[in-house]
Design a protein around this ligand. Sequence first.
Ligand code: DGP
Length: 113
Amino acid sequence: MENCIFCKIIAGEIPSNKVYEDEDMLVFRDINPQAKVHCLCVPKSHFATLSEMNEQQAEIVKKCLVKIPGIAAELGLSDGYRLIINQGKDAGQTVFHLHIHILGGQDLGEKLV
Ligand code: DGP
């Protein structure tokens, strides 16, 4: 997708600090970390939000969720971690290519939920 920063990262046009990659997803460190460990798990298929997701893309999100525990273990997040999907304006979504935040490496403190 033209002008999508995450598509450019996936295509290797913008460098990233990669943690994991396969045919369906890329996991890389967030440029503006909100915790000691903060990575983004990004499906390679471009869609902006959950509401735009089709069945095939939902399968890829499922694969992401299946892979994340192993990736988290590799990242040393044995004491736990938090996954966040910001969906739309009210959630503060800034990059409109669906992504799952993986946060951990410390006590994450007060919780919204
Ligand atoms: P969200 O607010 O949920 O849309 O989160 C977007 C995240 O993407 C935000 O935490 C910062 C991160 N981000 C934006 N641009 C880049 C980039 O060029 N490289 C990396 N590694 N992360 C980025």
